[in-house]
Write a protein that binds this ligand. Sequence first.
Ligand SMILES: NC(=O)c1ccc[n+]([C@@H]2O[C@H](COP(=O)([O-])OP(=O)(O)OC[C@H]3O[C@@H](n4cnc5c(N)ncnc54)[C@H](OP(=O)(O)O)[C@@H]3O)[C@@H](O)[C@H]2O)c1
Length: 306
Amino acid sequence: MLNLKIVKRVLVTGGTGLLGVAIQRSAPKDIQGFSIYFPERSLPVPLPFPILAADVSDRMEMQSVFEWAKPDVVIHTGAIGSVDFAEKNREQTRKINVGGTEVVAELCQIFESRLIYISSNAVFDGRTPFYSETAPVNPINYYGQLKVDAENVVRESTIPWTIVRPILMYGWPYQGERDNPVVWWVRFLENGKPIKVVDNVFNKPLPAWSCADVIWAIIQQNRTGIYHAAGRDHISLYQFALLTAAVFGLDASLITPVPDSYFPEIAPRPKDTSFDTTKMETELGVKTVGVRDGLFKMKAERTAIL
Ligand SMILES: NC(=O)c1ccc[n+]([C@@H]2O[C@H](COP(=O)([O-])OP(=O)(O)OC[C@H]3O[C@@H](n4cnc5c(N)ncnc54)[C@H](OP(=O)(O)O)[C@@H]3O)[C@@H](O)[C@H]2O)c1
């Protein structure tokens, strides 16, 4: 186990992602942070941590990043997060999501850094909620399989590691980054456009900043092993959309419930991967956040979007 006192330098991969930005925004004052972003994007707005362009799956680029950051801890969030893109572009996604994790794990070993790997609820099949950290994995799409494979890279390494599995996250994304359901719904409803939302897929939605709290608690308490991160409320996506409309003062009559079979998606989706959050709450002492509270905070943050 790493001595807590020497955790000063933290490297975040996926520095422009939803979670990567949330981690930077809530970093403790005594942490010296560094991050990287995907070279093909632009950086229209400044970010809290100094940032370099590097592809996580490029060993040479990442070695330079480690030489620059000399991290005590690496928080590896950088990945292709689209389930459908992963299903259609298997080699490319494997190279980044598993190959990138191999590169990061190897460099952590060389630089004696501890690794916090961000996995996903997609490692589960969604048939038997509420999943604890010891539940057997059984992914039903390619993205989920890659998360299992990347977890295995981390587990088989000899460095101190922690795996965090967030469930569906929401919040304001960095300019040009991937949207999340709340952002789509707000955008459509504000423009008076009707939307159809699935009412037979359940979740415990998690504000990205709450997932960041889990990660900083893990670092500050020097925790290793697996941690699930989720919100407090167990709701369908349709109920989540209705709450979004209520909190943002938008017209909920524009929202129609549909079964998941309505959307001809490429990748199958698990029905309910909701987590048991006992470990997050009792070991880490991080309280779960209700959807209404998370959405009100998101609404209040709107004027301060990055
Ligand atoms: N969001 C969720 O609901 C959710 C739920 C469970 C687990 N997760 C996992 O949690 C992690 C963070 O999620 P997120 O929502 O913050 O994802 P995100 O917003 O899509 O951020 C991922 C970041 O990784 C970057 N990236 C992609 N390929 C890269 C590469 N080859 N080299 C360097 N950077 C690369 C992306 O850059 P570009 O956008 O410029 O390509 C993006 O900034 C991911 O590993 C995701 O799989 C997310």
